[in-house]
Ligand binder design. Structure first.
Ligand code: ATP
Length: 241
């Protein structure tokens, strides 16, 4: 049998994706595969097109050419809500928490999928004990790292097939970033695959199974984290990583 028949279908695939904002094309034919049960890191400098690639994957930007597949099913042009129902979950850049609601009330938002709040809280606080200690605190008064934990916890309790993470490290102290990525590294144990975008690479390479470098709207390299780390220029691996 060929590999194609024995290998499970990738949970997410971008094939020949081009995308533009108005007349300006920013993705020039992107191929990217997230195998099931892996953490894939998408790295590259400012403006390379990483966030746009995630936006295409989550249905927020429609490609001008090429296709998106979820578990082998072509989903190009499908509404973001239908993609969410297919198991695609996005944690956007910046923290998508409701600032004027408590930690527990934020978690309550995830009950719409039928899970009980008590089950959701148990899972969320089991993964991030610090959230448990702060369950009655308003989300807007949590530290940046704690807010990021809350948005990750909210995403995880929905049991996504694939989680899309954009710049978890944004504005956070390196120690907190390490802590968050340790959790991301554990996520695949629960059957969730992850595509994570980061500008600065070192921490995420520590927990990724595969990494890709994007530059000027193209994937320029794909390989193991060790291969990619050796390819990245010192300029990318900045002091904040
Ligand atoms: P960063 O690491 O800085 O977030 P990135 O690799 O995620 O960068 P994108 O945000 O995808 O890159 O941006 C790719 C290009 O598309 C950039 O030149 C950016 O200015 C442009 N761009 C992004 N969003 C829009 C938009 N909504 N309208 C117009 N141009 C956009």
């Amino acid at each position: 049998m060929t590999d194609e028949l024995t290998e499970p279908l990738p949970v997410l695939e971008l094939r020949g994706v081009r995308a533009a904002y108005g007349k300006i094309e920013v993705l020039h034919g992107v191929d990217l595969v997230v195998p099931r049960g892996t953490v894939v890191a998408l790295l590259g400098p400012n403006g390379a097109g990483k966030t746009t690639a995630l936006a295409v994957a989550s249905g927020q930007v429609r490609p001008t050419e090429g296709d998106v597949f979820v578990a082998g099913r072509r989903v190009t042009g499908v509404a973001p809500s239908a993609l969410a129902a297919a198991g695609l979950c996005t944690v956007p850049e910046g923290r998508g928490v409701f600032r004027t609601l408590s930690v527990r009330e934020n978690l309550r938002m995830a009950t719409y999928r039928g899970l009980k709040l008590s089950v959701i809280e148990e899972r969320a606080y089991g993964t991030f004990p610090r959230l448990g200690d702060r369950r009655d605190q308003l989300a807007g008064t949590l530290s940046g790292g704690e807010q990021q934990m809350l948005s990750l916890a909210r995403a995880l309790v929905t049991d996504p097939a694939v989680l899309l993470l954009d710049e978890l490290s944004m504005g956070l102290a390196p120690m907190i970033v390490d802590e968050l990525y340790q959790q991301v590294g554990q996520i695949t144990r629960h059957g969730v695959s992850v595509l994570v975008v980061e500008q600065f690479a070192r921490t995420v390479l520590g927990v990724a199974d595969l990494a890709a470098i994007m530059s000027h709207g193209r994937i320029t390299s794909v390989g193991s984290p060790a291969q990619i780390e050796s390819e990245l220029s010192d300029a990318y691996l900045g002091a904040t990583s």
